[in-house]
Design a protein around this ligand. Structure first.
Ligand code: CO8
Length: 251
C-alpha cells in the first residue's frame, strides 16, 4: 500500500500469527525488489492484526528440513531482508505484538523500530534446536551489543516492550491504538527532508559498521561531497537563508 510518499508493508499469515513461510518470504522479496523508491519515500513494516508483528519463521515448514534445505531457507530470508535493509529510503518497523525469531530479524533489518506496549521480542531459536537465521546473530549483536544479544539468544527468553526500549532494541513504545499514527508521524517528518541526503546518510550509517574508522570517515566525506551535486542542497540552504521552508525534489 502507498499513500502520499509513505508505503506500508503488512506481513499477513493470520493462521500462524504472521509466521514467515517461504511464500510470505518470497512476497516480501518481491515487494521490496519492485518498490518504486521515487514514489515511496518512507516504508513502514507492520504485521496483520492486533496480536502479532511476526511470530517467527514458520516452524511447520522447517520441521522436516535437512542441512541443505535449512541453508537455502535461511538464504531466502537473508536475501530478502538484506534488500530491505539496503533500500535507499528509511524503513520503520511498527511492531504490533509478538516479534520473535524471524520476526525480530525482520524488524532488525528495518532502520528504526517502534512498538506497542503489548510487543514481545525474543530469539527463541535455540529452544527449537537451531540458531537464529536471517542474519539475526549479526544484527542483534550490532544493535544491542554482544552481551545482551548473547543473553537473549542463549536463554531464548522473550522480553517486554519496556525492556526492549531500555536496551535500545526499539526507539519508542506506544499504546497499540496509536502505534501506526506515531509511525506515520515519524515518516511525515522524514518526508520533509531531502531524500538523496537521507539515502546517503543511511548508506554511511549502515556501511560504516563494517569499515575501519578511516574508511568510514572517507565514505562520509564522499557522500557529503555528492550532496553538493544536488538541487536539493541548493534549495535547502537557500531556503534557510531566505527564512522559508525548503521544497525538496529528490534531485
Ligand atoms: N510457526 C508456525 N506456526 C506458528 C508460529 C510459527 N513460528 N507461531 C505461531 N504459530 C501458530 C500456532 O501453531 C497456532 O496454530 P494453530 O492455531 O493451528 O494451533 C497459531 O499460530 C496461534 O498460536 P498459539 O495458539 O501458540 O498462540 P499463543 O497466543 O498461545 O502463543 C506464541 C503465541 C507465544 C507466539 C506461540 O505461538 C509461539 O511460541 N510461537 C512460536 C514462536 C517461535 O518459536 N518463533 C521462532 C521460530 S524459528 C525462527 O523464527 C527462525 C528464523 C530463522 C530461520 C532461518 C532458516 C532456517
Amino acid at each position: 500500500m502507498q499513500d502520499n510518499g509513505i508505503g506500508i508493508m503488512t506481513v499477513s499469515a493470520p493462521k500462524s500469527l504472521n509466521a514467515l513461510n517461504s511464500t510470505v518470504l518470497k512476497e516480501i522479496d518481491h515487494f521490496v525488489s519492485n518498490l518504486d523508491t521515487k514514489k515511496t519515500r518512507v516504508l513502514i513494516v507492520t504485521g496483520d492484526g492486533e496480536k502479532s508483528f511476526v511470530a517467527g519463521a514458520d516452524i511447520s515448514e522447517m520441521v522436516n528440513l535437512y542441512e541443505k534445505e535449512g541453508y537455502e531457507f535461511s538464504k531466502i530470508g537473508a536475501i530478502a531482508f538484506r534488500k530491505l535493509e539496503t533500500l535507499p529510503i528509511p524503513v520503520i518497523a511498527a511492531v504490533n505484538g509478538f516479534c520473535l525469531g524471524g520476526g525480530c530479524e525482520l524488524a532488525m533489518a528495518c532502520d528504526i523500530r517502534i512498538c506497542s506496549n503489548n510487543a514481545r521480542f525474543g530469539q527463541p531459536e535455540v529452544g527449537l534446536g537451531i540458531t537464529p537465521g536471517f542474519s539475526g546473530t549479526y544484527r542483534l549483536a550490532k544493535l544491542i551489543g554482544q552481551g545482551y544479544a548473547k543473553e537473549m539468544i542463549y536463554t531464548g527468553k522473550a522480553i517486554r516492550a519496556d525492556e526492549a526500549l531500555r536496551i535500545g532494541l526499539v526507539n519508542a513504545v506506544y499504546e497499540p491504538a496509536e502505534l501506526m499514527d506515531k509511525a506515520m508521524e515519524m515518516a511525515q517528518k522524514m518526508l520533509k527532508n531531502a531524500p538523496i541526503a537521507i539515502a546517503h546518510a543511511k548508506r554511511c550509517i549502515n556501511e560504516s559498521y563494517d569499515l575501519c574508522a578511516d574508511d568510514a570517515i572517507e565514505l562520509e566525506n564522499v557522500a557529503f561531497g555528492k550532496c553538493f551535486a544536488t538541487e536539493d542542497q541548493k534549495e535547502g540552504m537557500k531556503a534557510f537563508l531566505e527564512k522559508r521552508e525548503a521544497t525538496f525534489k529528490g534531485k
